[in-house]
Design a protein around this ligand. Structure first.
Ligand code: SF4
Length: 494
């Protein structure tokens, strides 16, 4: 028998983690590395944040996670009360006393810290800017547990083949595929649970736009893109493409202060004309351009172009319904990706309005004329949107009973679609994992997007937590058990 028992992967993992004492319970104080992930991903009710001294704090950017010595986050962009927006560092400590206890107060490396984030202040008044995190979580800590276990990995091993490499290469392909699909399902379930808990507290459309913008920002601009999603939820509905485009680019701080030469100059001027009209209503919400990474990728991935695309979706009053319908209606799986790309591509008649004639011939607001027509979105980004944003979001809604029809069969259909989706673009994380697990290509495995997700999950669950020498990794033991060494004796023991 080459298959594996149902939920073998997730069952094994949770027993292992229980054995390691990695669990959360009500009233528990999490380790700092989990607090770092909560801050990094802003798993907070962001509209309600208040410092211990009562000042409101708005997080325009949480800063860049620093894994070197020094403050935990560099370059955060914050606003305290109605004061000017400030840029500085953020330090995460369990308690306010950590500021002195860890010597930060006298360490020049911490001189740019503008906010200390702690778990709780214990009701004590603190004169510095100290934000207690515990009262503002976007869902109970216990509910966040599996997601935190996923995110809070800390060590990155080199890409040498791991201890599991030999045993894994000896496994029949069918078994390897079954294992990858179970890991993928575990990953999907965690994402669905995260979206569900946020959707129930923030609203489903807010959470969809967060996920969609996050996918558009992959991989270097996820956070500022998610900030744009928050703006979407505060803006009036029914505006035209040009208004949305000017609003998003203005709020992103990506409208050039000086008009470029040539046709781009006229186009940027018309964007400014729109943005000037409403800029004062968004006072304090504009991001500094420094929060964006604007180089080192293909021009099609530039955030300016991605925001222009999002503006076109936002201007369609029924865009969310179209997306829903696409995945909920019965349809042949053949050609589904091409139809999805077509749905995400702004309609041709827009070109005749003149607003996107510019984008069909330029990659960015500063790039040269390209002759066009340039594509808005390709299969790789469309796959990412389906796999990491829209399908998990629909599953979270189905689980919450927020979709019409029979929820059980709806969930089964959505999971099937997720599992069948063709493979996405290869990337450094996938190459890293293949190299660790197989020393290179995985023999015989036909990759789908779900199997790629499963591989990323194995990497996250085992490789990133174990270190370069695979110290203490239980994945090889899991494979031994699949070989029959432990199945007969009442189930696997990590
Ligand atoms: S850490 Fe574990 S899963 Fe990763 S390569 Fe080493 S043995 Fe394999």
């Amino acid at each position: 028998m080459h298959g594996i028992p149902e939920e073998f992967y997730s069952g094994w993992l949770s027993r292992w983690r229980e054995g390691e004492g990695v669990s959360l319970h009500e009233g528990a104080m999490p380790p700092e590395r989990w607090m770092q992930q909560i801050w990094r991903h802003q798993r907070l009710r962001r509209g309600e944040l208040r410092c211990a001294d009562g000042r409101r704090v708005r997080v325009l950017h949480p800063g860049f996670w620093n894994r070197e010595p020094g403050p935990d986050f560099r370059g955060a962009v914050l606003q305290f009360g109605e004061n000017e927006v400030v840029t500085g560092d953020v330090e995460i400590d369990l308690q306010p006393a950590g500021w002195f206890g860890h010597g930060h107060a006298v360490n020049p490396a911490y001189s740019r810290v503008v906010l200390q984030v702690v778990w709780e202040t214990g009701g004590r008044a603190v004169e510095r800017a100290v934000l207690p995190m515990a009262p503002f979580l976007d869902c109970p800590l216990e509910e966040m547990g599996p997601w935190l276990e996923d995110e809070a990995v800390s060590r990155v091993p080199p890409t040498t083949p791991g201890r599991c490499c030999g045993p894994l290469r000896r496994q029949p392909t069918e078994r390897v595929v079954a294992l990858l699909e179970q890991a993928a399902r575990a990953r999907l379930d965690r994402k669905v649970a995260e979206l569900g808990s946020r959707g129930r507290s923030l609203g489903w459309s807010v959470v969809l736009w967060e996920a969609v913008f996050g996918a558009l920002g992959y991989k270097h601009n996820v956070w500022p893109m998610r900030r744009m999603a928050e703006v979407v939820s505060q803006a009036p509905e029914g505006d035209e493409v040009m208004v949305w485009e000017a609003r998003l680019l203005g709020l992103a701080g990506l409208l050039p202060a000086e008009l470029p030469r040539g046709p781009a100059g006229g186009f940027v001027r018309s964007l400014w004309d729109h943005w000037w009209r409403e800029r004062s209503a968004w006072l304090g919400s504009e991001l500094p351009v420094s929060v964006w990474r604007l180089g080192g990728f293909r021009p099609a991935n530039h955030p300016t172009r991605r925001l222009a695309l999002a503006a076109r979706w936002l201007a369609l009053p029924d865009w969310i319904q179209r997306v829903e319908q696409f995945f909920l209606a019965e349809q042949n799986s053949r050609g589904r990706l091409a139809r999805w790309v077509a749905l995400l591509t702004p309609e041709r008649q827009e070109a005749r309005t003149g607003t996107d004639a510019f984008w069909s011939e330029h990659w960015t607001l500063r790039s040269r004329w390209q002759g066009g027509p340039l594509p808005w979105i390709g299969p790789a980004r469309a796959t990412d949107l389906a796999i990491n944003a829209v399908l998990p979001w629909l599953l979270a809604r189905a689980a919450a009973g927020d979709l019409p029809g029979d929820h059980g069969s709806m969930q089964a259909q959505l999971v099937r679609r997720w599992m069948e989706w063709p493979s996405g673009q290869d990337n450094a994380d996938l190459r890293f994992a293949r190299r660790r697990l197989w020393g290179g290509a995985a023999p015989g495995v036909r990759w789908t997007a779900a199997r790629q997700q499963g591989l990323l999950q194995v990497r996250r669950d085992f490789c990133l937590a174990a270190g370069s020498l695979c110290a203490g990794c239980r994945f090889p033991r899991m494979i031994d058990i699949l070989d029959g060494a432990g199945m007969a004796s009442g189930g696997p023991r990590p």
